[in-house]
Design a binder for this molecule. Structure first.
Ligand code: SIN
Ligand code: FE2
Length: 239
């Protein structure tokens, strides 16, 4: 009997063959014909609406396991403010902030232990979404987890603590919708605003790698999969 024809997926780009992408990638993040087209947010920046929606259950289960090992905490900025967003990390290193500044560290400062390993479903999503946005062969080595409760926000900033800025940022939204601001590398003002929904992925690199971006205060609500919050998982290559 002939095997059923496989749908062509976002992740089946042949240029990925040379990378260590887990085998599951191709089947996980398919491109169903009803998925909305990618939306350009800037030069090198793309919103992939609903890219991860079909895998949200697996992603949230993996997230729960990571957070069991490295619980969410509210970090202090170098300026002395406590962030309204609660964070954690997984992967080879994790992004941290304290009075001394922002950096990546191999150990979770809260426990003194290494960060939890990056779940395979996270790595697969990051690689597949990057490829769909024009960045083949992206392999994340860290994931920053942000949890937004009612009113939590992130002021416009650049992601610039990674060593090699030729790798893109891959940013996944789960749960409640958020108003996302996105601009260019040169100014914090006049950012475009778009709503990020459950399962959306934004990828920015190239000329937009240092684009300012932020999140407006989260509106209260309830989501069937995350309750009263939104998660943002941002995948980076930091080392
Ligand atoms: C971030 O900039 O780290 C998070 C962006 C988001 O929550 O969408
Ligand atoms: Fe950021």
């Amino acid at each position: 009997m002939k095997p059923p024809a496989r749908q062509r997926g976002y992740a089946e780009d042949p240029s990925l063959a040379a990378t260590s992408v887990p085998m599951i990638t191709a089947d996980l993040f398919r491109d169903p014909s009803d998925r909305p087209a990618p939306i350009r947010l800037g030069d090198g920046a793309t919103l992939l609406p609903g890219f991860a929606r079909d895998r949200a259950t697996a992603l949230l289960a993996a997230l729960e396991e990571v957070l069991r090992q490295a619980p969410l905490r509210r970090m202090r900025t170098p300026g002395g403010h406590v962030m309204t967003v609660a964070t954690s990390c997984c992967g080879d290193r994790g992004w941290t902030s304290d009075a001394d500044g922002y950096r990546y560290s191999a150990l979770d400062p809260a426990s003194g232990r290494p960060w939890p390993p990056m779940p395979e479903v996270f790595a697969a999503l990051a690689t597949a979404a990057a490829a769909a946005a024009g960045y083949p062969a992206f392999a994340a080595d860290t994931c920053l987890i942000n949890r937004y409760g009612d009113g939590a926000k992130l002021s416009p900033h650049q992601d610039r603590d990674e060593r090699d800025l030729s790798h893109p940022i891959v940013s996944l939204s789960l749960g409640l919708p958020a108003r996302f601001q996105f601009g260019d590398p040169h100014r914090r003002e006049r950012l475009l605003r778009t709503t990020l929904e459950h399962g959306d992925v934004v990828v920015w690199g190239g000329a937009s790698r240092l684009a300012y971006h932020g999140v407006l205060p989260l509106a209260a609500g309830r989501h069937p999969m995350t309750g009263d919050c939104r998660y943002n998982l941002s995948f980076r290559r930091a080392g």
